[in-house]
Design a protein around this ligand. Structure first.
Ligand code: FAD
Ligand code: SF4
Length: 501
């Protein structure tokens, strides 16, 4: 072979590679790396998904007439690649990895092998970070970027005007789920022989990793992922918007798409998801606030987050605005807690390596912040626990959006709340051992006193952020000295008995 390309586990779509790949049919090299699998104790289902979809994709490429070299190494990608390059006479091309460390490793190999190794830009995203990353600084908000992306893609645009006259319909997207409201089930796929083999291998090699590999039902091929996309568009998209922030006991997805895992390794493209959603709106099958909301998550948030990663790495890894040093509460690893909202948000993570955005943001991250946990502990946990977690998307969401660790570059305010918000958006509190209406004391909802304690202690940050300094005023002027004392006492008792690590 005079030309080979190295395809990483999150670059599994030849339509997203430059056209010459399909025309020239170079040798395709895939690699399973033991050290990559061991970087964090990845959820077993995530490991199964990553490996099984790569094996399926490599086989499909071989069926399409490509020569394929599927290699495994106990070491890292670069170790495996060096072994191959020392025997390979031709030219090797790799695409810039979306994750920082893999990029550094492959660039080192390129340095060692000189002209023999060529790097091409990552073409799995819609926006070029080089065009945008200079703009990332406090005050540059996702919304500005999103409008540019709407103009660039033409999604939901009438000439230069947004469809319906508004750029954003989030005001219509904050409903809680009515009682007995039907929610369609998501199709699951029986593991085939390849997936079964990977499950056995993951259980063998990584027995102590997080979560369970049982009842694996994800799609592992593009065709299966396309079935899930079609099902989402026809059965859930229309109600995606109104119930986007809703939380419900026993259902971790509601009307969310559950498509991030397929987008993040290339099985589905962001473009095809948005195009199908917009088509559904044009045909009158899905309401505008739902379709606009989905398009904003994908061409807005997803792309913006990636540009933030490019602009802020590697220093952002050490970000810790509040200076918290505590270990993660133990319940994140065991799932054991009397707090219904935490139990309901952790359970789907153990079982399915998934929970939806509001569980991630307003419950799991909120609690971690209020219990003064080191944000980098939470960040490693998210990377470990979720099937869609790759550092480029997970780290900005945790250190930028959900913990305010970057001091306000990404978010305009810390995302923290008392039990009130959770009670408004969910049915959790009804079945909780704690009382959401009690503010302090043994039976009171921990979110209540922890929230006010946080506002009091982090008053400088709240005061700097004009939008939320009224919370500090409320604490200072509306709470009596007795109430303040009780808040501090309840917090101290709760935090001192909270198991960590
Ligand atoms: P939907 O609600 O159906 O949204 C559609 C798509 O929009 C998603 O598939 C996703 O690709 C995109 N999207 C929405 N919000 C974001 C966002 N904030 N950042 C990037 N993309 C977004 N997303 C990941 O893909 N991987 C992660 O590891 C990850 N970690 C997160 C950690 C925290 C603390 C928070 C608050 C958010 C995180 N997100 C992450 C973003 C978001 O929560 C998930 O993309 C979403 O929940 C995935 O489920 P879904 O496909 O059902 O999403
Ligand atoms: Fe969560 Fe508090 Fe509601 Fe219990 S009462 S479910 S701890 S918000």
């Amino acid at each position: 072979f005079d030309h080979a390309i190295f395809i990483l586990h999150d670059q599994l779509n030849l339509d997203s590679w430059p056209d010459w790949v399909k025309k020239e049919k170079p040798l395709l090299i895939f690699m399973e790396s033991g050290d990559k699998g061991r970087e964090v104790p990845h959820h077993k289902k995530k490991a199964v998904y990553v490996l099984s979809s790569m094996r399926h994709f490599a086989l499909e490429c071989a069926e399409k007439g490509f020569d394929v070299l599927y290699h495994s190494t106990a070491g890292h990608f670069d170790d495996g690649l060096k072994e191959i390059l020392s025997q390979f006479e031709g030219q090797l091309t790799f695409m810039t990895p979306s994750e920082w460390d893999s990029r550094e490793r492959l660039r080192k190999v390129a340095g060692e092998f000189g002209d023999k190794v060529e790097e091409i830009p990552n073409s799995f995203f819609l926006a070029d970070p080089e065009e945008w990353k200079e703009k990332i600084e406090p005050g540059y908000r996702m919304e500005y970027f999103y409008r540019e992306m709407r103009r660039k893609t033409g999604y939901l645009m009438n000439g230069d005007e947004p469809e319906g006259g508004e750029w954003n319909y989030d005001e219509q997207n904050r409903e809680s789920l009515p009682k007995n409201h039907p929610v369609p089930e998501i199709k699951r796929f029986e593991p085939d022989e390849i997936t079964k083999e990977v499950i056995a291998m993951v259980n063998d090699y990584f027995p102590d990793s997080f979560g369970s590999s049982e009842n694996f039902g994800y799609a592992v091929t593009r065709d299966q992922a396309l079935e899930l996309l079609d099902q989402f568009i026809s059965e859930r998209l229309d109600q995606f918007g109104p119930y986007e922030d809703a939380l419900k006991t026993g259902n971790n997805t509601l009307f969310h798409s559950q498509l991030s895992i397929y987008m993040n390794n290339g099985l589905l493209t962001p473009t095809e998801i948005c195009e199908k959603a917009v088509e559904s709106y044009r045909k009158g099958n899905a309401r505008l606030n739902s379709v606009e909301g989905l398009v904003r998550q994908i061409i807005g948030w997803r792309e913006y987050i990636r540009i933030y990663y490019e602009a802020m790495m590697p220093d952002v890894r050490n970000a810790n605005h509040f200076g918290f040093t505590e270990k993660l509460p133990k319940m994140y690893w065991t799932g054991e807690t009397k707090m219904k909202c935490m139990e309901q948000s952790l359970k789907p993570v153990f079982d399915e390596a998934y929970s939806h955005h509001i569980q991630r943001l307003m419950i799991l991250s909120n609690f971690s912040n209020l219990t003064e946990t080191d944000p980098r502990e939470l960040e490693r946990w998210f990377l470990t626990a979720y099937a869609d977690a790759y550092e480029w998307v997970e780290l900005p969401n945790v250190l930028g959006m959900s913990t305010f660790a970057d001091g306000g570059v990404l978010a305009s305010k810390p995302y923290v709340s008392s039990g009130n918000y959770i009670n408004k958006m969910s049915d959790y509190c009804k079945n909780c051992e704690y009382s959401v209406t009690k503010k302090t004391g043994e039976k009171a909802c921990p979110f209540n006193y922890l929230y006010w304690n946080f506002v009091d202690k982090q008053r400088e940050t709240f005061n700097d952020s004009g939008r939320v300094n009224f919370m500090v005023n409320m604490f200072d002027n509306k709470k009596s000295d007795e109430q303040k004392k009780e808040i501090r006492e309840s917090t101290e008792i709760f935090l001192s008995s909270l198991e960590r690590g």
